[in-house]
Design a protein around this ligand. Structure first.
Ligand SMILES: Cc1cc2nc3c(=O)[nH]c(=O)nc-3n(C[C@H](O)[C@H](O)[C@H](O)COP(=O)(O)OP(=O)(O)OC[C@H]3O[C@@H](n4cnc5c(N)ncnc54)[C@H](O)[C@@H]3O)c2cc1C
Length: 252
């Protein structure tokens, strides 16, 4: 053995996970709770891989962000949006039931993560199901009773489509250091603080001014097009590119 030579990290192993609960998040997103055969510690913002195997051996693998906080032990929560014609998301929405076992491996990811010790201000921007890893960060922040100034800007088609809406509103009600702003694209916005269009540079500049000082980190998650638009808007609003972390879910 050569002294000082770093060994390769151990590969993540697939494990069985049993669906323990399913509930509705929005009309298009369901929350799935899993009991893991081999529970793991996680960091807010990480994801897992899911593997489905058909009786004929055909396999489909997809990534899903973790919605639960590192502090939520016992169950792992994933929130999956139904994509029309989507192989794996349709399985979860139309076929999967409590008690089913699927294969899962994780946690994965060391870049799109935030810990209260990283400080802030923290700026979170999510499009649709791209809110999921941001929720893990917010739940972690709450579990640690952190007062790091935080603003979440979430885009959704309608009020009903805002993922984790009531939880975000509840956090904002009881915490002067947290603000939740929504950008609704397909119906009028319901609160004066919200926007009625897709996220753009002007929106980002305006909400940034609600933070006491410029953010130390910004996390953007959603489809490719959403991430591009939000990141371009943030740079145009004066955010340093090095502070912008992005997670792309695919799609247009
Ligand atoms: C790191 C990571 C984390 C992710 N976390 C989540 C999560 O928390 N929740 C979640 O719902 N999804 C998440 N995704 C997306 C997920 O992995 C799948 O891509 C998504 O569920 C579609 O898979 P499918 O098998 O249903 O569709 P497929 O059969 O793979 O695709 C069907 C069609 O839908 C299009 N498509 C694929 N993904 C999207 C999308 N996101 N939006 C619009 N169109 C799309 C494809 O281009 C294709 O045309 C994540 C992706 C990554 C890379």
């Amino acid at each position: 053995m050569i002294e000082g030579l770093r060994t390769a990290p151990a590969p993540l192993l697939w494990q069985d996970a049993v669906i323990s609960r399913i509930n509705e998040n929005t009309p298009r997103i369901k929350n799935f709770f899993f009991k893991l055969s081999n529970p793991f510690a996680l960091r807010a913002g990480q994801h897992v891989d899911i593997r489905l195997t058909a009786p004929d051996g055909y396999r489909a693998e997809r990534s899903y962000s973790i919605a639960s906080a590192p502090e939520d032990v016992g169950e792992l929560e994933l929130s999956i949006e139904k994509i029309e014609g989507g192989e794996v998301s349709s399985f979860f929405h139309d076929v999967a039931m409590v008690g089913d076992t699927i294969e899962l491996r994780g946690p994965i990811g060391g870049y799109f993560i935030w810990d209260v010790s990283d400080g802030g201000p923290l700026f979170l921007v999510g499009g649709g199901s791209g809110t999921v890893p941001l929720m893990s960060m917010l739940r972690h922040r709450r579990a640690k009773q952190s007062s790091v100034s935080t603003l979440s800007l979430i885009s959704a088609r309608t009020w009903a489509d805002i993922p984790f809406r009531d939880e975000l509103l509840e956090y904002a009600m009881g915490d002067p250091t947290f603000k939740a702003v929504f950008a609704i694209t397909r119906e009028p916005s319901r609160r004066p603080v919200d926007y009625m269009r897709r996220i753009d540079g002007t929106i980002i500049r305006e909400v940034l001014s609600q933070l006491p000082t410029p953010p130390k980190a910004m996390f953007i998650c959603g489809t490719n097009a959403f991430v591009n638009a939000a990141a371009d808007g943030a740079v145009a609003a004066g955010m340093a590119a090095a502070l912008i972390h992005t997670e792309r879910y695919g799609g247009l």
